[in-house]
Design a protein around this ligand. Structure first.
Ligand SMILES: N[C@@H](CCC(=O)N[C@@H](CS)C(=O)NCC(=O)O)C(=O)O
Length: 457
């Protein structure tokens, strides 16, 4: 496959008509007015495992984007890259709190819903249980996510998710709602804010054109006459407050582990508030007011409440810019986003406590172990390939960046909790050794947290 060449070559998007992740990227490209070549990858026929495609995306998933010499996979990473390379119109508002809400909504979908409704996962559930259980599973996952999104957006939605302009959250929301309704027949009536946003999206030609049924590889593309409509983008400003940070944490959670590293790298002090996941404190109504997804971490910074490690870390990096967690170089930034997102949405959702409990109950303890180890192996193989050419002492060179903040906890968990053999991943091992030399990383490990059982320290 020829994907390197002139810098000004037309962008290439590897996509599958039905993929909600590809759908997000199509929207981003169209909103930016960027033309691209659409290259279909038929997921049903297994084209994603073709060795040529695996060279482009070692995770074997769509979307993947080729922009001259830059090859990026993972919709989150691609969209962030597009927004940084082609800044107009912006996909993130200026106001830091509103930006964080956008990151959070996007991440609820990319790591809290989509990984669980992904084709291999639902095929597996059906195979190991039955078609009925599969439906229950999909319904639960989507309803949990939609309930959290509805609560998250209640105070900020306007015509769209975070006001009257289209931003990142809308790209993720539009595609997730579309998939839920069309693919899984989910009724959105219980989610009036989401339903209202969805109606607003459907009035815009950019959204109308990006739907799965209109893609060149869709089985019978519906040809509609489109009306053009104009979009208005405005940056927002807001006030910020300075108060002591509060981190809701559980010692063993790899998601909070990432945030502790980020806080320590920034030299920020914080109050540690334990949420005992084993005792199901995360489902307590009081905590669910802080994070409607019922997961840790959650961060409170004065009047700003954010959940989801990715959203929190992006917020911290924007609010407290030194030292930066993202390099200046756009390609290197994209590699950081991609590595973080492989961990965030490609690995961690599959080793999450709630999922493992469910697997134990519905399938078996043994299958659960195989499941987790497959997810980690697949992710680590992709990370190894992604980072082999960029790594120095750390994942993308000799400075610690976002990728490292996600990598260190994931490797720590894999080694200490799931006994994964790291021999096939020499780049990851080298990075892990470098992290272990740094006090910031040493102090953030689960075993050193105030709520860790005494036996682990
Ligand atoms: N994408 C979210 C995932 C959060 C998440 O799944 N957290 C886990 C701990 S690592 C949790 O709280 N699990 C409890 C549960 O699912 O009940 C993030 O990065 O914050």
């Amino acid at each position: 496959m020829a994907y390197s060449g002139e810098v000004k070559e037309k962008l290439k998007l590897y996509s599958y008509w039905r993929s909600s992740c590809g759908h997000r990227v199509r929207l981003a490209l169209s909103l930016k007015g960027i033309e691209y070549e659409y290259i279909p990858v038929n997921l049903l026929k297994g084209d994603q495992f073709n060795p040529d495609f695996m060279k482009i995306n070692p995770m074997g998933t769509v979307p993947a984007l080729v922009d001259g010499d830059v090859v990026i996979s993972d919709s989150f990473a691609i969209i962030m890259y597009i927004d940084e390379k082609y800044p107009e119109p912006p996909l993130l508002p200026r106001d830091l709190h509103k930006r964080a809400l956008n990151y959070q909504a996007a991440s609820i979908i990319s790591s809290g819903i989509q990984p669980y409704q992904n084709l291999p996962v639902i095929r597996y559930i059906e195979e190991k249980t039955n078609a009925e259980e599969k439906i229950v599973w999909i319904n639960n996952v989507i309803r949990k996510g939609f309930t959290a999104l509805e609560k998250l957006l209640v105070n900020c939605a306007g015509k769209y998710a975070t006001g009257d302009e289209i931003y990142l959250a809308d790209l993720f929301l539009a595609t997730q709602i579309h998939g839920a309704m069309i693919k899984f027949q989910i009724d959105v009536e219980p989610y009036p804010i989401l339903a209202k946003c969805y109606e607003a999206y459907n009035e815009l030609s950019v959204f109308q054109d990006a739907i799965p049924a209109k893609q060149p590889d869709a089985p019978s593309p519906a040809k509609l006459i489109l009306s053009s409509s104009s979009l208005h983008f405005r940056a927002n400003s807001g006030s910020e407050k300075k108060e002591k940070l509060k981190l809701y944490s559980y010692w063993r959670s790899s998601c909070v582990h990432r945030v502790r590293i980020a806080l320590d790298l920034k030299g920020l002090e914080y109050e540690y508030i334990p949420v005992n996941l084993r005792k199901r404190d995360q489902l307590d109504p009081g905590f669910k007011k802080i994070n409607p997804m019922g997961t840790v971490p959650a961060l409170v910074d004065g009047g700003v409440v954010i959940s989801d490690s990715f959203a929190i870390i992006m917020y911290l990096d924007e609010r407290y810019p030194e030292p930066p967690l993202l390099p200046r170089d756009l390609h290197k930034r994209a590699v950081n986003y991609q590595a973080a997102s492989i961990v965030l949405s490609g690995i961690q959702p599959h080793q999450n406590l709630a999922v493992m409990r469910l697997m134990e109950e519905k399938i078996s303890d043994e299958e659960k172990t195989v499941w987790v180890s497959n997810a980690i192996t697949k992710g680590f193989t992709a990370l190894e390939e992604l980072l082999v050419s960029s790594a120095g002492k750390y994942a993308t060179g000799d400075e610690v960046y976002l990728a490292d903040v996600f990598l260190a906890p994931q490797i720590h968990t894999a080694v200490n909790r799931f006994q994964i053999n790291m021999e096939p991943y020499p780049t990851l091992v080298k990075c892990y050794e470098s992290y272990n030399d740094l006090p910031v990383f040493q102090n953030a490990v689960p075993e050193k947290q105030p709520d860790a059982p005494a036996s682990t320290s």
